[in-house]
Design a binder for this molecule. Structure first.
Ligand code: PSU
Ligand code: MN
Length: 301
């Protein structure tokens, strides 16, 4: 138990003592982002992908109000299968702890807790960002501006306003590195239509940026590594555009707002594409877990 009331699981604690690489993983994609029953299987596969690339996975979440870094299989199963698991962003953490609930942490909350526990690399699917409807900007962005963690993602979902999200990351001082690309990926699609200023080709190059960021100490914030799917693996762009248009229409007609927006659109994609978006989603997460582990290995040596 740290003084922040974060409990680090035994395997993660042992790896940290030995200076071995650790990769943080979020639980919102498990509890709210992926459909059941595949979510639990995928959650385990993500951890396996991290191990296969030489790092120790630390899935983060809340059980009975306690923040855990490195859920064991029973805890992971509980967050994947229980009803009423709360979606926790940063502001929800103290309230949820006092209420002793079970909760899944978003990119923002996972980043903040990971850094508090001394972890510097994190793999997810896609970041939250600026939504297209009304005024809604994910806490993921401002939290990345303040939290020194490297987040490997496939950009942001095309359900968001991708251009506005990139502008906000610039305003907030968060560097975005294209991994093997100079185009920002749109999660299901390889290229969301925006140029990036910087790209890297290897995990070692990412580790060098992380080291420079720490050594300079000029801006204590995060780093986004945008890892696109290969073109051959993306969701058919036509199916994508049609599904997105339908989803946005349903959002309006069903009056969905706030933190329910992201899970609603994800569920719509999974249902409307009859699993095609799910297969793509799983590929993305596994690829990001692998890359994050290789970055963590490079950063630890
Ligand atoms: N992107 C995905 N799948 C997800 C999410 C984002 O591809 O499940 C989740 C992440 O946990 C992210 C959160 O932090 O949605 C953002 O939610 P909001 O827009 O309410 O901040
Ligand atoms: Mn929101």
């Amino acid at each position: 138990m740290t003084d922040l009331h974060i409990r680090v699981g035994p395997e993660v604690a042992e790896a940290q003592r030995a200076g071995r690489p650790v990769v943080a993983l979020e639980s919102t994609i498990v509890a709210h982002g992926l459909p059941r029953p595949e979510n639990l299987r995928v959650a385990r596969e993500i951890e396996e992908a991290v191990r296969a690339a030489g790092a120790v996975p630390a899935t983060i979440g809340m059980i009975d109000g306690e923040l855990l870094v490195g859920l064991d299989d029973a805890q992971l199963t509980r967050l994947a299968t229980a009803d009423g698991v709360a979606k926790l962003s940063v502001r929800d953490l103290p309230v949820a702890a006092a209420a002793a609930v079970d909760g899944a942490t978003t990119v923002a909350a996972t980043s903040a807790v990971a850094v508090a526990a001394g972890i510097r690399v994190f793999a997810t699917g896609g970041l939250g960002g600026v939504h297209r409807e009304a005024y809604d900007e994910s806490n993921d962005l401002i939290t990345l501006a303040r939290t020194p963690i490297t987040v490997v993602c496939a950009g942001v979902k095309s359900i968001l306003d991708v251009g506005a999200t990139l502008e906000r990351l610039e305003t907030l001082g968060v560097p975005v590195l294209g991994y093997g690309t100079r185009r920002f990926p749109g999660f299901y699609i390889t290229d969301a239509g925006f140029d990036l200023d910087w790209s890297v080709e290897t995990p070692e190059q990412v580790a060098a940026v992380m080291a420079a960021q720490r050594a300079q100490g000029v801006h204590i914030g995060g780093l986004v590594v945008a890892n696109p799917l290969p073109l051959a693996e993306q969701l058919d762009p036509e199916l994508h555009d049609r599904t997105l248009a339908e989803g946005l229409t349903r959002l309006r007609s069903e009056g969905i707002t706030g933190k329910a927006v992201t899970p609603f659109l994800l569920a719509h994609f999974h249902a409307a594409t009859e699993g095609a978006s799910l297969a793509v989603n799983i590929r993305i997460i596994l690829r990001n877990a692998d890359l994050a582990a290789r970055i963590a290995v490079a950063a630890a040596t």
